[in-house]
Design a protein. Structure first.
Length: 577
């Protein structure tokens, strides 16, 4: 093996790893929201979880990507640890598909049909189709399909280049001695684990092993322990991804590592017993590309069959290794940004919580105007602080998410959520403003006249109803309730004007003090602005349903609707002074 062979080997390895990365990323994007939504909505059925992990990994060609995604789901609360365990196991079987695809390079024969099955025969055509789709495709899906074909062609060319480059190693005595050394199972496992940990892909390391097997110097006795070690090495990606996550996400990564370590230990025991007792001649034969794919699949299926019934034990081990304790929960996981539909689902969950926080705080603040309570006052401030935090993390996360390629529907949802979080945060701000007015009334012993109290109760009742309508419209995406909000908001605007004018009359007649008037004005302003934000929420819900985020246009259209006047008259009568 000369210098040019070494350069060819390095170049082939580079093409192989690059092609695998491009193909995997493109497959994940092309799969769309379907596979990810399946992952995030699993039941506790272990068999379904196993098949799902297998299927998703077979499609995206990366058990590491599936496991990292699962760690992100567990970290975000979209999946429990128990649901994650079968998926992780299924991912180990799914990753064997790559080895079977690569085994096509080992096909030999003069038959035309057999020749057509060889990757060297059809990958040039795939590369041509891929570059046409990538360069001329008008949609993201067409470009992703082109990238998949180009990635596959690149990795297969890389595989061929590696195989050709290492053929000379068949005559190198040191190379033969190296693989004789790996007949020691412990060394073989360590070699497989280290190689896979370095390149962070068991599929890629198996492919490299298949390329080396083309020399005829890699016996099954050396290859099998290396394959076992590769399963351990692939855990490094999930372990790295779990850094900074909550305890359940770290436990999911630990389950992945524990599962592969226990599986490898059991596999080594079986391998050792078979080798010692039966001494099969097969173990001393040179492994073929096809044979390595078979061994890879058998080992992973064996691990799952043995350990799937012991999922509960793996969960207990993970709980012991990562004990419970106080921690800061990561509410939005950066790992999910690569899966926009799942990231959006998590954002929706937090915006739901934010909506309930804002509405709870405004209801409590309104109640404070009749009966001040110190405990409730502290809770309102905590709720407002929490709403501020949600706006900060959601705003930052959604802006990052908007930079990813996504469907038009998902893009509209991002715009919708960015608008909504501002309105919910402002409602929580107004709740604190109302609380401060209630505290001022309490501290300064200010008392409104009976007429003023009755008027304020009418306005508060209208504001409570508009908050309830806006919340229902958003939480249920209710397009029947949403149009009812704007007419009530118009009625509240009118109430504010009437209450201001009536206060001026009382002020002139000496019935009300100037000091009370300042508090009165603050109350009217905060209540009316709360109604404005409720109107924004309802209009945003209707805009998003039509994929037309134009609030001004929607408001004009609503006011011109025949039902608008009917609803306005109904609310005007209900909240007449």
């Amino acid at each position: 093996m000369d210098l040019f062979d070494i350069l060819s080997l390095v170049g082939g390895l580079s093409l192989f790893l690059f092609g695998m990365s491009i193909m995997g990323d493109s497959l994940e994007r092309r799969a769309g929201s379907g596979l990810r939504n399946i992952l995030s909505r699993l039941t506790s059925n272990a068999l379904i979880g196993l098949l799902t992990g297998l299927g998703v990994t077979a499609v995206i060609q990366s058990s590491s990507a599936t496991t990292v995604m699962v760690v992100g789901f567990v970290n975000s609360g979209l999946m429990t640890l128990r649901q994650a365990i079968p998926i992780i196991m299924g991912a180990n079987i799914g990753t064997t598909v790559t080895a079977w695809i690569l085994s096509l390079s080992g096909i030999s024969g003069d038959n035309l049909f057999i020749q057509l099955l060889k990757p060297t025969s059809f990958t040039p055509l795939l590369a041509l189709i891929g570059i046409i789709l990538y360069m001329m495709g008008k949609t993201g899906k067409q470009k992703d399909t082109g990238s998949i074909l180009l990635g596959f062609a690149t990795l297969m060319f890389g595989m061929d280049a590696m195989s050709d480059a290492v053929k000379g190693l068949a005559e190198v005595e040191e190379f033969r001695a190296l693989f004789l050394l790996f007949k020691n199972p412990i060394l073989g496992v360590l070699a497989g684990a280290v190689l896979t940990a370095i390149i962070q892909s068991s599929s890629a390391s198996v492919g490299i092993l298949q390329a080396l097997a083309g020399t005829g110097q890699v016996s099954y006795a050396a290859a099998i322990p290396i394959i076992m070690g590769q399963n351990i090495g692939t855990c490094i990606t999930a372990m790295i991804s779990s850094v900074g996550t909550n305890k359940n996400a770290r436990r999911a990564a630990v389950v992945h590592l524990t599962f592969n370590i226990i599986g490898t230990v059991l596999g080594l025991l079986v391998f050792g017993v078979v080798n010692s007792v039966f001494e099969p001649p097969l173990f001393d034969q040179g492994a073929s590309v096809f044979g390595i794919a078979v061994c890879h699949s058998i080992f992973n299926v064996f691990c799952v069959v043995v350990l799937l019934p012991a999922s509960g034990v793996l969960e207990k081990i993970a709980n012991l290794l990562v004990p419970a304790g106080e921690e800061t929960v990561t509410e939005l996981d950066e790992r999910l940004l690569a899966a926009p539909p799942i990231a959006l689902e998590r954002c929706n969950q937090l915006v739901y919580e934010m909506a309930q926080i804002a509405m709870k705080s405004i209801r409590k603040s309104i109640a404070m105007l009749d009966a001040y309570d110190k405990t409730d006052a502290e809770e309102i401030r905590k709720l407002e602080s929490k709403a501020d935090h949600y706006e900060d993390i959601l705003g930052t996360y959604l802006v990052k998410l908007s930079g990813n390629r996504m469907s038009d529907s998902d893009s509209t949802t991002v715009s919708k959520l960015l608008k909504l979080i501002g309105d919910f945060e402002r409602i929580s701000d107004h709740s604190v403003n109302l609380l401060e007015s209630a505290e001022e009334l309490q501290e300064k012993k200010i008392v409104f006249t009976p007429a003023a109290r009755k008027e304020l109760q009418t306005l508060c009742a209208a504001v409570e109803e508009i908050c309830a309508l806006a919340t229902e419209a958003y939480l249920n995406n209710d397009l029947v309730t949403a149009p009812k909000v704007e007419p009530l908001e118009q009625v509240i605007d009118g109430l504010k004007s009437h209450l201001r004018n009536r206060h001026i009359v009382r002020l002139k007649s000496g019935e009300c003090t100037i000091e009370a008037g300042f508090v009165w004005a603050d109350l009217l302003t905060n209540l009316e602005r709360t109604a404005d934000h409720c109107s924004n929420i309802a209009v945003c819900v209707m805009d998003a349903a039509q994929n037309n985020m134009n609030q001004h246009e929607m408001t004009i259209r609503l006011k011109g609707d025949a039902h608008f006047k009917e609803q306005w008259e109904k609310y005007a009568k209900k909240y007449a002074l």
